[in-house]
Design a protein around this ligand. Structure first.
Ligand SMILES: O=C(O)CCC(=O)C(=O)O
Length: 286
């Protein structure tokens, strides 16, 4: 198992993110990419999204435009093994402690020539927990350069304000308002690019997003969210979803841990009815 250094851990605490170049072994990246390619091939015969493949606008058999595979661990045994028992769980344990819960996973494709923008947002208002320790670990399955819409994070923004991700009328948009975005400190923006196998980690309060992918290359980013077991989910969106909220290290908590700062809540989607960040942002903000 590859362990983080004390410097890595200190950087995560200070900046709220890490970018670990070529961290994941090539063998894992090869096998995960092969599975991802099979989903892309299968999408060619689709004219509408299915539970395991969410299509983006302009999808055709010749030019597949995939938004995402939601909850990857539910749809392929290799994805399951990777997300629930693989090296990312070690990394999560390294940052979160011995008791770790898997919350959800997804593979954001950002297809070539049009993969959509993901506007600035924080994750925690999408899936509130009793504290702010949950984090998301991403793996780039291809080399990602600055033109391929890498994920951008605002260093230190996990120590800044929490945003409601609603517009002035209180309608959920899933994104910071233009005014809130204008107040972000541009000097702290970091674009996380790197060779395939590069791993990103971001805390659930870090403001992040990515541009549209106008390059001719797909940008597959495989994301897994983990939480310490004493961070209790406050909504039930993952309850009916296969492997949603399963404990992957250690055991159930003896106590729930609460952070003092109130957590913004999303609309009541009901159990299992979480629509993806792409659809909510595109519907509400265009
Ligand atoms: O795919 C990306 O660039 C960012 C992903 C993200 O922020 C999300 O899915 O919440």
């Amino acid at each position: 198992m590859q362990r983080l250094t004390d410097l890595d851990r200190a950087a995560y605490a200070r900046d709220g993110y890490l970018c670990l170049e070529s961290w994941l072994a090539a063998d894992w990246v090869d096998r995960l990419s092969a599975v991802a390619d099979r989903f892309v091939e299968r999408s060619r015969s689709l004219t509408a999204s299915t539970p395991d493949i969410l299509l983006g606008p302009g999808h055709t058999p010749d030019r597949p435009m995939l938004r995402r595979i939601p909850q990857t661990v539910a749809f392929d045994p290799l994805f399951e093994d990777f997300g629930l028992r693989g090296p990312l769980v070690d990394l999560a344990e390294d940052l979160l402690g011995p008791d770790v819960r898997f919350h959800h996973s997804k593979l954001n494709f950002k297809s070539a020539g049009g993969g959509e923008e993901i506007r600035w947002h924080q994750d925690i208002p999408f899936w509130p927990h009793s504290n702010y320790a949950p984090l998301t670990i991403g793996v780039y399955l291809c080399d990602v350069d600055a033109d391929m819409a890498p994920m951008g994070v605002f260093a230190g923004s996990h120590r800044g304000p929490l945003h409601t991700l609603r517009d002035a009328q209180g309608v959920w948009t899933g994104a910071l308002s233009d005014d809130e975005a204008a107040r972000l400190d541009g000097a702290q923006l970091r674009w996380l690019s790197g060779p395939r196998g590069t791993v990103t980690v971001h805390n659930c309060r870090v403001v992040h997003g990515s541009r549209a992918n106008l390059s001719p290359r797909m940008r597959p980013l495989l994301l897994h969210t983990y939480a310490p077991c004493d961070a209790i989910p406050l909504t039930r969106i993952m309850d009916p979803v296969k492997f949603g909220n399963v404990i992957v290290r250690g055991g159930p908590p003896a106590y729930a841990r609460f952070d003092a700062e109130p957590c913004p809540m999303p609309p009541d989607w009901g159990a299992g009815d979480y629509s993806s960040i792409f659809s909510v942002q595109q519907e509400k903000l265009g």
